[in-house]
Design a protein around this ligand. Structure first.
Ligand code: URA
Length: 424
Protein backbone atom coordinates (compact mmCIF):
# COMPACT_ATOMS: atom_id res chain seq x y z
CA UNK A 1 0.00 0.00 0.00
CA UNK A 2 1.14 3.50 -0.70
CA UNK A 3 0.18 6.80 0.95
CA UNK A 4 0.25 8.78 -2.33
CA UNK A 5 -2.37 6.42 -3.83
CA UNK A 6 -4.53 6.84 -0.72
CA UNK A 7 -4.31 10.64 -0.81
CA UNK A 8 -5.11 10.60 -4.55
CA UNK A 9 -8.11 8.32 -4.09
CA UNK A 10 -9.68 10.62 -1.47
CA UNK A 11 -8.76 13.64 -3.60
CA UNK A 12 -10.79 12.10 -6.44
CA UNK A 13 -13.63 11.03 -4.08
CA UNK A 14 -12.90 7.34 -4.67
CA UNK A 15 -13.87 5.15 -1.72
CA UNK A 16 -11.05 3.67 0.40
CA UNK A 17 -11.50 0.11 1.61
CA UNK A 18 -11.20 -1.00 5.24
CA UNK A 19 -7.70 -2.40 4.70
CA UNK A 20 -6.45 0.92 3.31
CA UNK A 21 -7.98 2.87 6.20
CA UNK A 22 -6.49 0.50 8.79
CA UNK A 23 -3.09 0.82 7.13
CA UNK A 24 -3.35 4.64 7.06
CA UNK A 25 -4.34 4.96 10.73
CA UNK A 26 -1.74 2.46 11.93
CA UNK A 27 1.00 4.00 9.79
CA UNK A 28 0.29 7.49 11.11
CA UNK A 29 -0.02 6.37 14.77
CA UNK A 30 3.25 4.43 14.55
CA UNK A 31 5.04 7.43 13.01
CA UNK A 32 5.64 5.78 9.61
CA UNK A 33 3.38 8.20 7.74
CA UNK A 34 4.68 11.74 8.32
CA UNK A 35 2.51 14.69 9.36
CA UNK A 36 2.73 16.38 5.92
CA UNK A 37 1.24 13.37 4.13
CA UNK A 38 -1.43 12.80 6.77
CA UNK A 39 -2.41 16.49 6.60
CA UNK A 40 -2.76 16.23 2.83
CA UNK A 41 -5.18 13.31 3.33
CA UNK A 42 -7.07 15.16 6.10
CA UNK A 43 -7.47 18.19 3.83
CA UNK A 44 -8.80 15.94 1.06
CA UNK A 45 -11.37 14.62 3.56
CA UNK A 46 -12.31 18.17 4.56
CA UNK A 47 -12.94 19.06 0.92
CA UNK A 48 -14.57 15.84 -0.33
CA UNK A 49 -15.91 14.12 2.79
CA UNK A 50 -15.96 10.36 3.40
CA UNK A 51 -18.65 7.79 2.69
CA UNK A 52 -20.48 6.24 5.66
CA UNK A 53 -18.58 3.01 5.10
CA UNK A 54 -15.26 4.87 5.22
CA UNK A 55 -16.33 6.75 8.37
CA UNK A 56 -17.27 3.48 10.12
CA UNK A 57 -13.89 1.98 9.16
CA UNK A 58 -11.95 5.10 10.22
CA UNK A 59 -13.71 5.17 13.61
CA UNK A 60 -13.02 1.48 14.23
CA UNK A 61 -9.37 1.81 13.22
CA UNK A 62 -8.93 4.80 15.57
CA UNK A 63 -10.70 2.96 18.42
CA UNK A 64 -8.43 -0.06 17.93
CA UNK A 65 -5.26 2.07 17.97
CA UNK A 66 -5.21 1.76 21.78
CA UNK A 67 -6.94 0.09 24.73
CA UNK A 68 -10.63 -0.77 24.71
CA UNK A 69 -12.07 -0.62 28.23
CA UNK A 70 -13.62 -3.81 29.62
CA UNK A 71 -15.28 -3.05 32.95
CA UNK A 72 -16.31 -5.76 35.34
CA UNK A 73 -19.88 -4.38 35.39
CA UNK A 74 -22.73 -6.15 33.54
CA UNK A 75 -24.32 -3.12 31.81
CA UNK A 76 -23.11 0.46 31.61
CA UNK A 77 -24.36 3.65 30.02
CA UNK A 78 -22.37 6.63 28.82
CA UNK A 79 -23.28 10.05 27.56
CA UNK A 80 -21.34 12.55 25.53
CA UNK A 81 -21.88 16.21 24.90
CA UNK A 82 -20.08 17.93 22.05
CA UNK A 83 -19.36 20.75 24.51
CA UNK A 84 -20.93 24.01 25.43
CA UNK A 85 -21.12 26.80 27.99
CA UNK A 86 -22.61 26.05 31.40
CA UNK A 87 -23.13 22.39 30.46
CA UNK A 88 -23.17 20.52 33.77
CA UNK A 89 -25.63 17.84 32.59
CA UNK A 90 -23.35 14.84 33.33
CA UNK A 91 -23.34 15.73 37.05
CA UNK A 92 -27.15 15.61 37.04
CA UNK A 93 -27.94 12.84 34.55
CA UNK A 94 -25.48 10.31 36.02
CA UNK A 95 -27.09 10.27 39.49
CA UNK A 96 -30.60 10.26 37.96
CA UNK A 97 -30.04 7.19 35.78
CA UNK A 98 -28.16 5.42 38.59
CA UNK A 99 -31.14 6.08 40.87
CA UNK A 100 -33.28 4.32 38.24
CA UNK A 101 -30.98 1.28 38.18
CA UNK A 102 -28.74 2.03 35.17
CA UNK A 103 -25.00 2.29 35.83
CA UNK A 104 -23.38 5.43 34.40
CA UNK A 105 -19.62 4.92 33.96
CA UNK A 106 -17.99 7.94 32.47
CA UNK A 107 -14.53 9.21 31.66
CA UNK A 108 -14.31 12.93 31.03
CA UNK A 109 -11.84 15.59 30.09
CA UNK A 110 -10.73 19.02 31.22
CA UNK A 111 -11.92 22.30 29.79
CA UNK A 112 -10.03 24.20 27.11
CA UNK A 113 -10.94 27.52 25.53
CA UNK A 114 -14.52 28.70 25.99
CA UNK A 115 -15.97 25.34 27.07
CA UNK A 116 -15.66 23.86 30.56
CA UNK A 117 -14.71 20.28 31.40
CA UNK A 118 -16.51 17.91 33.75
CA UNK A 119 -13.25 16.86 35.46
CA UNK A 120 -12.47 20.49 36.42
CA UNK A 121 -16.00 20.89 37.78
CA UNK A 122 -15.66 17.78 39.96
CA UNK A 123 -12.23 18.88 41.18
CA UNK A 124 -13.82 22.05 42.57
CA UNK A 125 -15.24 19.76 45.29
CA UNK A 126 -12.67 19.66 48.11
CA UNK A 127 -10.85 16.29 48.13
CA UNK A 128 -12.61 14.79 45.06
CA UNK A 129 -10.20 12.47 43.23
CA UNK A 130 -10.71 12.06 39.50
CA UNK A 131 -7.56 10.02 38.81
CA UNK A 132 -8.73 6.69 40.20
CA UNK A 133 -7.43 3.36 38.90
CA UNK A 134 -9.93 1.15 37.09
CA UNK A 135 -10.49 -1.20 40.06
CA UNK A 136 -11.54 1.73 42.31
CA UNK A 137 -13.74 3.07 39.50
CA UNK A 138 -15.42 -0.35 39.31
CA UNK A 139 -15.86 -0.49 43.11
CA UNK A 140 -17.64 2.87 43.14
CA UNK A 141 -19.81 1.88 40.18
CA UNK A 142 -20.77 -1.33 41.95
CA UNK A 143 -21.74 0.62 45.09
CA UNK A 144 -23.55 3.69 43.72
CA UNK A 145 -24.04 3.06 39.99
CA UNK A 146 -22.36 6.36 39.09
CA UNK A 147 -18.79 7.54 38.74
CA UNK A 148 -16.81 9.94 36.57
CA UNK A 149 -13.02 9.74 36.36
CA UNK A 150 -10.41 11.34 34.13
CA UNK A 151 -9.28 9.40 31.12
CA UNK A 152 -6.94 6.59 32.00
CA UNK A 153 -4.87 4.09 30.02
CA UNK A 154 -3.90 4.50 26.40
CA UNK A 155 -7.27 5.22 24.77
CA UNK A 156 -7.25 6.22 21.09
CA UNK A 157 -3.63 7.37 20.58
CA UNK A 158 -4.52 7.77 16.88
CA UNK A 159 -7.08 10.45 17.76
CA UNK A 160 -4.66 12.28 20.04
CA UNK A 161 -2.16 12.58 17.19
CA UNK A 162 -4.73 13.29 14.47
CA UNK A 163 -6.59 15.91 16.50
CA UNK A 164 -3.35 17.80 17.24
CA UNK A 165 -2.49 17.72 13.53
CA UNK A 166 -6.02 18.83 12.54
CA UNK A 167 -5.78 21.76 14.95
CA UNK A 168 -2.51 22.84 13.34
CA UNK A 169 -3.63 22.42 9.72
CA UNK A 170 -7.15 23.87 9.60
CA UNK A 171 -8.75 20.44 9.18
CA UNK A 172 -10.97 20.26 12.27
CA UNK A 173 -14.25 21.28 10.65
CA UNK A 174 -15.17 18.11 8.80
CA UNK A 175 -18.24 16.15 9.91
CA UNK A 176 -16.77 12.66 9.22
CA UNK A 177 -13.51 13.57 10.99
CA UNK A 178 -15.33 15.02 14.01
CA UNK A 179 -17.57 11.96 14.10
CA UNK A 180 -14.65 9.51 13.93
CA UNK A 181 -12.71 11.48 16.56
CA UNK A 182 -15.54 11.57 19.11
CA UNK A 183 -16.96 8.11 18.41
CA UNK A 184 -13.57 6.34 18.46
CA UNK A 185 -13.07 7.61 22.05
CA UNK A 186 -16.62 6.71 23.06
CA UNK A 187 -16.36 3.23 21.53
CA UNK A 188 -13.02 2.68 23.29
CA UNK A 189 -14.85 3.37 26.56
CA UNK A 190 -17.11 0.55 25.44
CA UNK A 191 -20.39 1.28 27.30
CA UNK A 192 -23.41 -0.80 26.31
CA UNK A 193 -25.58 2.21 25.59
CA UNK A 194 -24.69 5.70 24.61
CA UNK A 195 -26.57 9.00 24.39
CA UNK A 196 -24.94 11.75 22.36
CA UNK A 197 -25.90 15.37 22.93
CA UNK A 198 -24.88 17.29 19.82
CA UNK A 199 -25.07 21.01 20.47
CA UNK A 200 -25.53 23.80 17.97
CA UNK A 201 -25.40 27.57 18.31
CA UNK A 202 -23.08 30.36 19.36
CA UNK A 203 -21.51 28.39 22.24
CA UNK A 204 -21.14 25.13 20.34
CA UNK A 205 -18.72 23.49 17.97
CA UNK A 206 -21.43 23.28 15.31
CA UNK A 207 -22.73 26.79 14.73
CA UNK A 208 -25.85 25.80 12.80
CA UNK A 209 -28.59 23.26 13.47
CA UNK A 210 -28.40 21.57 10.06
CA UNK A 211 -24.72 20.60 10.52
CA UNK A 212 -25.44 19.45 14.08
CA UNK A 213 -28.24 17.23 12.75
CA UNK A 214 -25.91 15.76 10.10
CA UNK A 215 -23.24 15.05 12.73
CA UNK A 216 -25.83 13.56 15.12
CA UNK A 217 -27.22 11.24 12.45
CA UNK A 218 -23.76 10.05 11.43
CA UNK A 219 -22.64 9.49 15.04
CA UNK A 220 -25.76 7.48 15.78
CA UNK A 221 -25.16 5.29 12.70
CA UNK A 222 -21.51 4.75 13.68
CA UNK A 223 -22.53 3.77 17.23
CA UNK A 224 -25.14 1.32 15.99
CA UNK A 225 -22.81 -0.15 13.36
CA UNK A 226 -20.39 -0.88 16.23
CA UNK A 227 -23.14 -2.82 18.03
CA UNK A 228 -24.08 -0.18 20.62
CA UNK A 229 -27.52 0.99 21.63
CA UNK A 230 -27.10 4.58 20.62
CA UNK A 231 -29.20 7.73 20.36
CA UNK A 232 -28.06 11.20 19.30
CA UNK A 233 -30.08 14.31 20.08
CA UNK A 234 -29.53 17.88 18.94
CA UNK A 235 -29.83 20.63 21.56
CA UNK A 236 -29.59 24.41 21.56
CA UNK A 237 -26.45 26.18 22.78
CA UNK A 238 -27.43 29.73 21.86
CA UNK A 239 -27.90 30.39 25.59
CA UNK A 240 -25.81 29.02 28.45
CA UNK A 241 -27.35 25.83 29.89
CA UNK A 242 -28.71 27.01 33.23
CA UNK A 243 -27.68 30.23 34.94
CA UNK A 244 -24.22 29.35 36.23
CA UNK A 245 -20.95 29.22 34.25
CA UNK A 246 -17.70 28.22 36.01
CA UNK A 247 -16.59 25.17 37.94
CA UNK A 248 -17.84 25.44 41.55
CA UNK A 249 -20.78 27.58 40.38
CA UNK A 250 -21.86 24.78 38.03
CA UNK A 251 -21.53 22.10 40.72
CA UNK A 252 -23.70 24.32 42.94
CA UNK A 253 -26.38 24.55 40.25
CA UNK A 254 -26.24 20.79 39.57
CA UNK A 255 -26.77 20.12 43.29
CA UNK A 256 -29.67 22.58 43.34
CA UNK A 257 -31.30 20.77 40.40
CA UNK A 258 -30.99 17.46 42.28
CA UNK A 259 -32.36 19.16 45.42
CA UNK A 260 -35.45 20.00 43.33
CA UNK A 261 -34.83 23.75 43.72
CA UNK A 262 -34.00 24.55 40.07
CA UNK A 263 -36.37 23.87 37.17
CA UNK A 264 -36.38 25.33 33.63
CA UNK A 265 -34.33 24.42 30.55
CA UNK A 266 -31.43 22.79 32.41
CA UNK A 267 -33.76 20.50 34.36
CA UNK A 268 -35.81 19.71 31.22
CA UNK A 269 -32.73 18.82 29.12
CA UNK A 270 -31.39 16.57 31.90
CA UNK A 271 -34.72 14.74 32.34
CA UNK A 272 -35.00 14.25 28.57
CA UNK A 273 -31.45 12.89 28.17
CA UNK A 274 -31.75 10.71 31.29
CA UNK A 275 -35.02 9.29 29.92
CA UNK A 276 -33.27 8.55 26.59
CA UNK A 277 -30.62 6.55 28.45
CA UNK A 278 -33.26 4.69 30.50
CA UNK A 279 -35.20 3.87 27.34
CA UNK A 280 -32.05 2.60 25.58
CA UNK A 281 -31.42 0.45 28.66
CA UNK A 282 -34.91 -1.06 28.16
CA UNK A 283 -36.27 0.32 31.44
CA UNK A 284 -39.60 1.29 29.88
CA UNK A 285 -41.25 3.50 27.24
CA UNK A 286 -39.91 7.05 26.82
CA UNK A 287 -42.97 8.46 28.56
CA UNK A 288 -42.51 6.18 31.57
CA UNK A 289 -38.76 6.85 31.62
CA UNK A 290 -39.46 10.58 31.90
CA UNK A 291 -41.58 9.86 34.97
CA UNK A 292 -38.86 7.61 36.42
CA UNK A 293 -36.26 10.35 35.92
CA UNK A 294 -38.49 13.04 37.46
CA UNK A 295 -39.20 10.81 40.41
CA UNK A 296 -35.47 10.16 40.96
CA UNK A 297 -35.08 13.91 41.54
CA UNK A 298 -38.32 14.48 43.48
CA UNK A 299 -37.62 11.57 45.86
CA UNK A 300 -34.08 12.80 46.63
CA UNK A 301 -32.67 9.43 45.49
CA UNK A 302 -30.49 10.98 42.76
CA UNK A 303 -29.04 13.47 45.26
CA UNK A 304 -28.29 10.58 47.66
CA UNK A 305 -26.33 8.89 44.87
CA UNK A 306 -24.33 12.02 44.12
CA UNK A 307 -23.58 12.41 47.86
CA UNK A 308 -22.37 8.82 48.18
CA UNK A 309 -20.31 8.98 44.97
CA UNK A 310 -18.55 12.18 46.06
CA UNK A 311 -17.73 10.55 49.41
CA UNK A 312 -16.30 7.43 47.75
CA UNK A 313 -14.14 9.67 45.53
CA UNK A 314 -12.69 11.25 48.69
CA UNK A 315 -14.62 14.50 48.25
CA UNK A 316 -16.54 16.57 50.75
CA UNK A 317 -20.03 15.12 50.30
CA UNK A 318 -21.51 17.78 52.61
CA UNK A 319 -21.68 20.11 49.58
CA UNK A 320 -24.85 18.19 48.65
CA UNK A 321 -26.56 19.74 51.68
CA UNK A 322 -24.63 23.00 52.01
CA UNK A 323 -23.41 24.45 48.71
CA UNK A 324 -21.55 27.24 50.53
CA UNK A 325 -18.89 24.60 51.28
CA UNK A 326 -17.83 24.86 47.61
CA UNK A 327 -15.03 27.36 46.80
CA UNK A 328 -16.41 30.88 47.27
CA UNK A 329 -15.22 33.84 45.17
CA UNK A 330 -13.75 36.83 47.01
CA UNK A 331 -14.78 39.40 44.41
CA UNK A 332 -17.83 40.15 42.31
CA UNK A 333 -18.87 42.66 39.67
CA UNK A 334 -22.44 43.26 38.54
CA UNK A 335 -23.24 44.09 34.91
CA UNK A 336 -26.39 46.22 34.95
CA UNK A 337 -28.77 47.51 32.28
CA UNK A 338 -28.14 51.21 31.65
CA UNK A 339 -31.63 51.67 30.18
CA UNK A 340 -34.86 49.66 29.87
CA UNK A 341 -34.00 46.85 27.47
CA UNK A 342 -35.19 43.59 25.97
CA UNK A 343 -32.71 40.68 25.84
CA UNK A 344 -32.55 39.39 22.25
CA UNK A 345 -29.79 36.79 22.52
CA UNK A 346 -26.30 35.88 23.67
CA UNK A 347 -22.98 35.08 22.11
CA UNK A 348 -22.26 32.03 24.25
CA UNK A 349 -18.69 31.62 23.05
CA UNK A 350 -18.00 35.17 24.32
CA UNK A 351 -19.62 34.32 27.66
CA UNK A 352 -17.33 31.26 27.85
CA UNK A 353 -14.32 33.48 27.09
CA UNK A 354 -15.46 35.98 29.75
CA UNK A 355 -15.54 33.14 32.26
CA UNK A 356 -12.04 32.12 31.13
CA UNK A 357 -10.77 35.71 31.66
CA UNK A 358 -12.17 35.60 35.19
CA UNK A 359 -9.99 32.54 35.86
CA UNK A 360 -12.53 29.73 35.36
CA UNK A 361 -10.95 28.28 32.21
CA UNK A 362 -7.66 27.70 30.46
CA UNK A 363 -6.18 28.78 27.15
CA UNK A 364 -3.45 26.14 27.25
CA UNK A 365 -3.41 22.68 28.84
CA UNK A 366 -1.16 23.80 31.75
CA UNK A 367 -3.05 26.96 32.84
CA UNK A 368 -4.24 26.92 36.47
CA UNK A 369 -7.93 27.37 37.23
CA UNK A 370 -9.71 29.52 39.82
CA UNK A 371 -12.44 27.10 40.92
CA UNK A 372 -14.56 29.89 42.41
CA UNK A 373 -14.63 32.03 39.25
CA UNK A 374 -17.42 32.37 36.72
CA UNK A 375 -20.68 34.06 35.85
CA UNK A 376 -24.25 33.90 37.11
CA UNK A 377 -26.72 34.97 34.45
CA UNK A 378 -29.68 36.94 35.70
CA UNK A 379 -31.76 36.98 32.52
CA UNK A 380 -32.85 34.84 29.60
CA UNK A 381 -33.59 35.51 25.94
CA UNK A 382 -36.85 37.48 25.70
CA UNK A 383 -36.63 39.03 29.20
CA UNK A 384 -37.57 42.68 29.61
CA UNK A 385 -35.17 44.46 31.99
CA UNK A 386 -35.57 47.87 33.60
CA UNK A 387 -32.69 50.34 33.87
CA UNK A 388 -30.31 49.24 36.66
CA UNK A 389 -31.50 45.61 36.68
CA UNK A 390 -28.61 43.14 36.93
CA UNK A 391 -27.91 41.36 33.61
CA UNK A 392 -25.25 39.06 35.08
CA UNK A 393 -22.74 38.93 37.90
CA UNK A 394 -19.06 38.14 37.34
CA UNK A 395 -17.14 36.30 40.10
CA UNK A 396 -13.45 35.74 40.67
CA UNK A 397 -10.82 35.31 43.33
CA UNK A 398 -7.71 35.67 41.16
CA UNK A 399 -8.83 38.47 38.82
CA UNK A 400 -9.03 41.77 40.68
CA UNK A 401 -9.45 43.97 37.59
CA UNK A 402 -12.80 43.14 36.01
CA UNK A 403 -12.60 45.71 33.20
CA UNK A 404 -11.62 43.37 30.30
CA UNK A 405 -14.10 40.71 31.42
CA UNK A 406 -16.88 43.28 31.80
CA UNK A 407 -16.37 44.60 28.24
CA UNK A 408 -16.37 41.06 26.88
CA UNK A 409 -19.47 40.16 28.92
CA UNK A 410 -21.43 43.16 27.65
CA UNK A 411 -20.42 42.40 24.06
CA UNK A 412 -21.89 38.92 24.55
CA UNK A 413 -25.40 40.29 25.14
CA UNK A 414 -27.63 41.23 22.23
CA UNK A 415 -30.35 43.64 23.36
CA UNK A 416 -32.77 46.28 22.16
CA UNK A 417 -33.29 49.53 24.09
CA UNK A 418 -36.98 49.76 24.89
CA UNK A 419 -36.94 53.00 26.91
CA UNK A 420 -39.05 55.72 25.26
CA UNK A 421 -36.89 58.73 24.33
CA UNK A 422 -37.79 61.83 26.37
CA UNK A 423 -38.37 65.08 24.44
CA UNK A 424 -38.26 68.48 26.12
N1 URA B 1 -14.20 17.02 19.81
C1 URA B 1 -13.43 15.95 19.55
O1 URA B 1 -13.13 15.15 20.44
N2 URA B 1 -13.00 15.78 18.28
C2 URA B 1 -13.30 16.62 17.28
O2 URA B 1 -12.87 16.40 16.15
C3 URA B 1 -14.09 17.74 17.57
C4 URA B 1 -14.54 17.91 18.87
Amino acid sequence: MNIIDIINKTKKSLELNEEEINWLVKGFTDGEIPDYQMSAWLMAVCLNGLTEKETFALTAAMRDSGDVLRLNIPFTADKHSTGGVGDKTSLIIGPIVAACGVCMAKMSGRGLGHTGGTIDKLESIEGYRTDLPINEFENILAQTGFSIISQTGELCPADKKMYALRNATGTVDSIPLICASIMSKKLAMNADCLVLDVKYGSGAFMKNKKDAEKLAELMEKVGRSAGKKCKAVVTDMNSPLGKNIGNALEVKEAVEVLQGKVKGTLYDVCIELAADILELADKSSKEECIKLAENAVASGKALDILRETIKLHGGNEKICDDVTLLPQPLLKYEIRATKDMKILGFNCEELGMTSLLLGAGRLTQNDKIDMSAGIIMNCEIGDQLAADDVIMTLYSTVCSDFSDAAVRALNAVKFKITEKPSYT
